[in-house]
Design a protein around this ligand. Structure first.
Ligand code: ADP
Length: 398
């Protein structure tokens, strides 16, 4: 069985074709500048195909991808009928979807109601689904939600201390994101620990351009750091993360900014970029810090300190019974110094990280020492495979 995995953004679309007999990626790629002009970058065992193709909308992008998948040189299938299912990354499933779902017209109607909660991402995801339906009619489609894994949170974790009526009227609550990644690494960590998924207490740390932690008790999320939107939690590449909410009005008033401008400031101009003034990319900021740039150093120190405090909170939420802390995504998998910066000083909590692990990069590894009560792992994430596995399971059960 072959599953086509689609991650549609507003002007881009990432895809993979995965062979579910081996879980191997057969081809993958990216469409960019959809709605502007259009560029396809397609990677297969035979090399990279780069093409500028007009992509006025997502259906043209999907058509270009399908041509690439069946291309004589760069393709990996001879006929589109080999694709048995399509798995879509969908950012928001609201309170309705606690797991992945087969896409029906009713599901599509419901997704429209969630646009208000994810105005930038949800319309793009919906467009991606419609484009696949138009170009590959009849191929079953599955939605895999970023929010779904977090739907097990109890009320005390997901409610905010604002008037309850806004939860009832507008759905103002913590939803959490990166759920597919947290689920993938939690599942894999349970396997590594030799325990059933519903028997593990884990703190998963997805640290990338966007970052979030999930606190998992008996295999279920009981808390996560992102909230109503992906702005909450630790500071990130360009997002401010947790700040005093009064800062919004304070800076807005001083600088005479509209709320939309303030929103851009918090989402696109803050975090590592805003503090360092260098870049949103950890590698650039690490390089500048190593050359003695103070703001770059303090930005990295802030990030590590904030993640440390969030981990401490989750150890408390788990009553100290933690099987493992797991690092994943670009920074979590690759930046040994960031991991050490986060974990050093937590020895009193039973977390002893191996200094030599600073050089471990991009592969599954145990990075705590023998004396560490809580094990610490790196587990590379694979959201596309998780999406494909869900699509396979759901479509096979139809
Ligand atoms: P996204 O949220 O865009 O998927 P990723 O998970 O790919 O992000 O993470 C991107 C971040 O990972 C960037 O800030 C990048 O600098 C960082 N990163 C990748 N490789 C390394 C490395 N070797 N050392 C430090 N940081 C790294």
């Amino acid at each position: 069985m072959k599953v086509f995995v689609v991650n549609a953004g507003s002007s881009s679309l990432k895809y993979q074709l995965i062979d579910m007999d081996t879980n191997e990626v057969m081809c993958k790629g990216l469409c960019e500048r959809i709605g502007i002009d259009g560029k396809l970058t397609h990677k297969s065992a035979n090399g990279v195909l780069e093409n500028e193709i007009p992509m006025p909308a997502h259906d043209a992008a999907i058509r270009a991808v399908l041509d690439a998948l069946t291309d004589k040189t760069y393709g990996c299938i001879s006929d589109l009928s080999e694709i048995s299912a399509i798995g879509h990354r969908v950012v928001h499933g609201g309170e309705e979807y606690k797991s992945s779902t087969y896409i029906t017209p009713e599901v599509m109607d419901f997704l429209d109601t969630l646009v208000a909660l994810a105005p930038l991402h949800e319309p793009a995801n919906i467009t991606g689904i419609k484009a696949c339906e138009a170009v590959m009619p009849g191929v079953p489609q599955v939605a895999v939600f970023d929010t779904a894994f977090h739907q097990t949170m109890p009320e005390e974790a997901y409610l905010y201390g604002v008037p309850y009526e806004y939860y009832e009227k507008y759905g103002v609550r913590r939803y959490g994101f990166h759920g597919t990644s947290h689920r993938f690494v939690a599942k894999r960590t349970a396997e590594i620990l030799g325990k059933a998924e519903n028997e593990v207490n884990i703190i998963t740390c997805h640290l990338g351009n966007g970052s979030s932690l999930a606190c998992i008790k008996d295999g279920k999320v009981i808390d996560t750091t992102m909230g109503l939107t992906p702005l909450e939690g630790m500071m990130m590449g360009t997002r401010c993360g947790n700040i005093d909410p009064a800062i919004v009005g304070f800076i807005g008033e001083k600088e005479n900014l509209t709320y939309a401008q303030m929103d851009t400031l918090m989402n696109k101009k803050s975090g590592l970029l805003g503090v360092s003034g260098i870049s949103s990319d950890f590698r650039d900021v690490e390089a500048a810090a190593n050359e003695g740039n103070h703001r770059a150093r303090v930005a990295l120190d802030m990030f590590a300190y904030q993640v440390k405090k969030l981990i401490g909170g989750y150890v408390a939420a788990l009553g100290g019974n933690v099987d493992a802390i797991v690092f994943t995504a670009g920074v979590g998998e690759n930046s040994g110094n960031t991991r050490l910066g986060i974990l050093k000083g937590l020895e009193g909590m039973g977390i002893v990280v191996d200094d030599a692990s600073a050089t471990v990069r991009g592969k599954e590894a145990l990075i705590s020492t023998e004396e560490s009560k809580i094990k610490v792992y790196i587990v590379p994430t694979n959201e596309e495979l998780m999406i494909a596995l869900d699509a396979k399971e759901i479509v096979n059960a139809l």
